[in-house]
Write a protein that binds this ligand. Structure first.
Ligand SMILES: Nc1nc2c(ncn2[C@@H]2O[C@H](COP(=O)(O)OP(=O)(O)OP(=O)(O)O)[C@@H](O)[C@H]2O)c(=O)[nH]1
Ligand SMILES: [Mg+2]
Length: 229
């Protein structure tokens, strides 16, 4: 696996900022999808604003970058998996990630049909059906070769509980859409984290409350009395 740090034109922060980042401001993202759907092209477009055209298919990289989202310093760690190594990612990556980008190509029906299986594999590894992710149909510039209608993809997104985006990594005018897609995923991840933490805090305080009541009932802790004259 290849580790890359970036402070590209998009990421104008300094690496030292990472030291003081709260957990909620670090977001680990994995791109999953069949070979050739454009996972690397989307990652490179986001990281560098560029579209190179040909990318090494077997190369798997983690890109670390710093940016500002909603006036907060954020570190994104983006793992661009190699589509061919299907078994390799299962255990490690699915557990490592906070959230997922499920990518298919609108010109490749098979890559779309595979999404449901990929999502299921993630759920199995994480032992949870609550997975923070988005569904991305790439190569929207190739409309004449479309094999997957947008409304069908939108239905699948509803079914698997993800937001849906149709984009083109090749189209430079869509850089902002792709950037917003990554940043939106971070926001959703942070929202879900806060909800989970809130629920945990609630549960632990209600457990403590119940224990205190039981102690009082069993007489282990005398209830406070107030004396009035
Ligand atoms: N027309 C068009 N071509 C694209 C787009 N995105 C990627 N491609 C092309 O599709 C091919 C595969 O792109 P990659 O980014 O290497 O795909 P990948 O999902 O990373 O593939 P693996 O690493 O093999 O899993 C390349 O030739 C890209 O130039 C797009 O939005 N439009
Ligand atoms: Mg790739």
């Amino acid at each position: 696996m290849n580790y890359r740090n970036s402070s590209s034109n998009l990421m104008n922060g300094s690496r030292s900022r990472s030291l003081s980042l709260a957990d909620s401001n670090v977001c680990k993202i994995v791109l999953l999808g069949c070979p050739g759907v454009g996972k690397t092209a989307l990652t490179v477009r986001y990281m560098t604003k560029r579209f190179i055209g040909e990318y090494c298919p077997t190369l798997e990289s983690i890109y670390k970058c710093y940016t500002t989202i909603d006036d907060e310093d954020v570190r994104l760690e983006i793992l661009d998996t190699a589509g061919l190594e299907h078994d390799g990612w299962k255990d490690g990556y699915a557990l490592w990630a906070d959230c997922f980008i499920f990518v298919y190509s609108i010109t490749d029906r098979y890559s779309f049909d595979e999404i449901i299986n990929i999502k299921r594999q993630v759920e199995e590894v994480r032992r949870s059906t609550s997975v923070c992710g988005i569904l991305v149909g790439n190569k929207s510039d190739l409309l004449h070769d479309r094999q997957v209608p947008a409304n069908e993809a939108s239905e699948l997104a509803d079914e698997i509980g993800c937001k849906f985006h149709e984009v083109s990594a090749a189209d430079w005018t869509q850089f902002d859409d792709i950037k917003n897609m990554f940043h939106g995923l971070h926001r959703e991840n942070r929202r879900q984290k806060f909800l989970r933490e809130g629920r945990q805090r609630k549960t632990s305080s209600s457990v403590k409350f119940k224990q205190a009541i039981q102690k009082v009932i069993s007489g282990k802790t005398p209830a406070k009395r107030t004396h009035s004259n």
